[in-house]
Design a protein around this ligand. Structure first.
Ligand code: GDP
Ligand code: IMO
Ligand code: MG
Length: 430
């Protein structure tokens, strides 16, 4: 029995929010450890929909401690607006139940602007980011010019840190023909919101250590997915953080031995938002069917998600790199009613068949998927709550996926609703 890390196995939007909410019943603390409000995690509880971006998905259940770890980039304006929205929905958020790491990096308005300027530029690679300033904020963190939550405690510190940051950013802005940022205006704004943020500031490493020592259970909530990981993903079409399970330790202030079980949230087909390679993409009526039936529109930006067949090569690679122990297979119900299903089992590359995604951009663009065809099912699996309710062909599809990816199914999700979830093995007990 121990702590569980939830990560996405594909390009995000696998249903992490739903599964974290479901699992949070068994946990005492839920921790975000990377990413920011580029994440959009949807929970449906008794028909009521909650959309979370920065807030850990355990917050809706109440009675849990929600932690925003040091690995997260926090837009303080977005945080306050999300808190307001959740409170309006009846969610209780107090300085006891929400803890934000004192050493977490803040996203500033000039990060958001730079993100958008780059996306709108006519030259260069268009990533199709969420335009939330995530990349520029992580750049400042690594460049040692970030402003952190703890800096909000004094005007002097804010001004000193802004001077460092703006020496860089104003030079970049001049180069882009943009007006310079006035540090005083931002310092004033930060001083206004500081009293609303500081009550939540904590040394979260100590909170987590105390929780661990007193036998409490910790659930780590990943954002994005392994294929968007800055190192292991389809670079440069990735996000700017490590999204794999190992980051749960560094991004929260716990040792790697605290991570007992890694659950990979895995969609029964594949989707991707934004640009970049997608070997099994179906830019045709199959993709359209999946997109419509699966409501594949981005939670954060409303963009249509690109859809395609399940890619066992990519998922196996993600699960291996992330050290995943079991998967939660989601959105199986979206495949109901299809005559046949295809699964990508290899790639044709330079005259041979390979079983991995090569790193080079040219190689990635050149590969061709090799498919295996499986029989579909006409029965509905929507809302199924027991294995026995599944048609034999659906079970066959699941078993074949398990075989191809080499990792067992621990949970199966059959609708957006919290309780439409089948437990096969309990990650907290495994
Ligand atoms: P996340 O970013 O990984 O948390 O996923 P999102 O919330 O962005 O996208 C997943 C979408 O699928 C949400 O609208 C969920 O409500 C929905 N969803 C989750 N699990 C299931 C499922 O098993 N079946 C169906 N039909 N929808 C699901
Ligand atoms: P959740 O947690 C899907 C994608 C963006 C873009 C790339 C870089 O809901 O699964 P960024 O704004 O991070 O610099 O954008 O990453 N992206 C996501 N795609 N789900 C997400 O989060 C994503 N967060 C970022 O679309 O391609
Ligand atoms: Mg999402």
């Amino acid at each position: 029995m121990g702590n569980v890390v939830v990560v996405g196995s594909q390009w995000g939007d696998e249903g992490k929010g739903k599964i974290v909410d479901w699992l949070s019943e068994r946990a005492d603390v839920v921790v975000r450890f990377q990413g920011g409000h580029n994440a959009g995690h949807t929970l449906v509880v008794d028909g009521k929909v909650y959309k979370l971006s920065l807030m850990p998905s355990g917050v809706v259940r109440g009675g849990k401690i929600s932690v925003i770890g040091n690995g997260v980039v926090v837009d303080p304006w977005a945080l306050l607006s999300e808190m307001d929205k959740l409170r309006d929905q009846g969610v209780d958020i107090t300085s006891e139940t929400l803890q934000i790491a004192a050493n977490a990096t803040l996203i500033m308005p000039y990060h958001r602007e730079l993100d958008a300027l780059r996306e709108d530029a006519t030259k260069g690679v268009k990533i199709g980011t969420t335009r939330r300033g995530i990349g520029p904020a992580y750049e400042d963190k690594v460049g040692r010019r970030a402003i952190r939550v703890c800096d909000l405690q004094s005007r002097e510190t804010i001004e000193a840190r802004l001077e460092v940051a703006l020496t860089h950013h104003n030079a970049v802005r001049r180069g882009l023909g943009q007006p310079e940022v006035d540090g005083k205006v931002i310092a004033d704004e930060l001083m206004t919101l500081a009293p609303q943020i500081l009550p939540y500031m904590h040394n979260v490493w100590r909170t987590l250590d105390d929780a661990q020592k007193s036998g409490k259970k910790i659930l780590f909530e990943g954002a994005q997915g392994s294929l968007l990981d800055i190192d292991h993903g389809t670079y440069p079409f990735v996000t700017s953080s490590n999204t794999v399970a190992g980051q749960a330790a560094g991004g929260s202030g716990m040792g790697p031995r605290a991570l007992d079980y890694v659950l990979g949230i895995t969609k029964a087909y594949t989707t991707r938002v934004g640009s970049g390679p997608f070997p099994s993409e179906q830019d045709n009526e199959v993709g359209q069917y999946l997109g419509e039936k699966g409501h594949e529109f981005g939670t954060v930006t409303g963009r249509s998600r690109r859809c395609g067949w399940f890619d066992a090569v990519l998922v196996r690679q993600s699960l291996t790199i992330g050290g995943v122990d079991g998967i939660a297979l989601t959105k199986l119900d979206v495949l109901d009613g299809m005559d046949e299903l295809k699964v990508c089992v290899g790639y044709k590359h330079k005259g041979e068949v390979i079983d991995y995604l090569p790193y080079g951009m040219e190689d990635q663009a050149a590969i061709e998927p090799v498919y295996e065809t499986l029989e579909g099912w006409q029965e509905s699996t929507f809302g199924a709550r027991s294995w026995a309710d599944l048609p034999a062909t659906a079970v066959k599809y699941i078993r074949r996926i398990e075989e191809l990816i080499g990792v067992p199914v621990a949970l199966l999700s059959t609708s957006p609703e919290r309780d439409d979830t089948i437990l096969v093995r309990d990650p907290f007990q495994d």
